[in-house]
Ligand binder design. Structure first.
Ligand code: SF4
Length: 343
């Protein structure tokens, strides 16, 4: 197969087609490293220069979820899955976690709660209080991931000063019913669209390696492109004991780099955060994830699994000559005609 990418300028302005993305997914390792990685690295540099964003999360409410997401250790549907169970933390405790994340070098702090959505009164009041305190007492950007949300509840968070809302679509629309049956892909998209309409910066991604096909990885990428998020958190399945996906080990390190690469090639100016499962799936290829197009990563622990020490991530980006910054930057920070491109 002869494989050629369009020139950098054309990709930067338009992204590549789904057909070309499918070709990227099928490349052998040598061709991928020789022909794709230099392009994805250049695109990331064109959009963000040498800057890499870090975000951190706190699992503010854990377990006991009535939904049945097959990858999730917090679902009540999978009794064998060991996962901590506790109600929503106090606003003060969330503030303490935010300060800790800031001391590790985190620039964005995301509050994540298990469950279908927030209890409208007490839980939402606590969230509004936490967001207000974190914004007043730290320099962190605040973000929350609270499940399916109604417009009026999102509006309260917006009025409290939160600027980012995170909600994943999880996987391709065509594969979603194999992963979740207790709610629909369309409900996920509706929450994201409502948050976008309210003026939130949108962080929306999913989890790869759940049994989807290569075509469905491409489908997922272009469905995200249609949604138009400001940043994409991409996770690679870290199978949780007791869940239906406990034995799923589909991804090679090269697969992970290709997933990051097609996201960057499809959406050259969007932040791409590589999050959960990167250590076990990318393994030694973690050092290539920024060349593949990642512009950020998550520091510290994930929701129900431990991440590597923040110092390791900071050491790697220093070794690569990169600089940590706050997420949700204006694109066009690269050195090559960035003003012209940005304008
Ligand atoms: S992903 Fe969220 S909604 Fe789905 S089971 Fe886990 S906590 Fe519940």
């Amino acid at each position: 197969m002869t494989f050629t990418l369009p020139d950098l300028e054309q990709i930067y302005m338009q992204g590549i087609s789904p057909e070309l993305a499918k070709e990227v997914m099928q490349l052998d390792e040598t061709t991928f490293f020789a022909q794709v990685l230099p392009v994805t690295k250049a695109l990331r540099e064109r959009a963000f220069g040498n800057e890499i964003s870090f975000c951190s999360i706190v699992n503010a409410k854990s377990g006991a979820c009535i939904e049945d997401c097959s990858f999730c250790a917090q679902s009540n549907s999978y009794k064998a899955a060991p996962s901590p169970v506790y109600p929503l933390m106090s606003a003060e405790k969330m503030l303490a976690k935010a300060k800790e994340a800031e001391s590790f070098g985190g620039t964005e702090f995301s509050i994540v709660a298990s469950g279908r959505g927030m209890n409208k009164t007490k839980e939402l009041d606590t969230m509004v209080d936490a967001i207000t305190q974190i914004r007043e007492q730290t320099d962190l950007e605040t973000c929350a991931s609270l499940g399916l949300m109604e417009r009026e509840d999102l509006k309260r968070l917006k009025d409290a000063g939160m600027i980012n809302y995170h909600h994943n679509i999880e996987t391709a629309k065509s594969y979603f019913p194999k992963i979740v049956t207790s709610h629909t892909w369309e409900e996920e998209v509706k929450t994201v669209s409502t948050a976008k309409e309210l003026g939130f910066q949108i962080c929306c991604g999913g989890i790869m390696g759940m049994g989807e096909s290569l075509e469905q990885r491409v489908e997922f990428t272009y469905q995200l492109k249609d949604i138009g998020p400001d940043s994409i958190p991409i996770n690679f399945l870290n199978p949780r004991p007791g869940t239906p996906l406990a034995d799923k080990h589909d991804l090679t390190p090269l697969d992970c780099l290709k997933i990051i690469a097609i996201l960057r090639l499809a959406m050259p100016k969007v932040e791409i955060f590589v999050c959960g499962g990167r250590e076990i799936n990318l393994k030694d290829f973690q050092k290539f994830m920024y060349d593949a197009g990642a512009s950020g990563t998550m520091l510290g622990n994930y929701l129900t699994t431990a991440g590597q020490a923040p110092q390791n991530d900071l050491a790697l980006i220093e070794e690569l000559g990169l600089t940590p910054v706050a997420p949700h930057r204006k694109v066009g920070k690269g050195s090559q005609n960035s003003e012209a491109i940005d304008g």
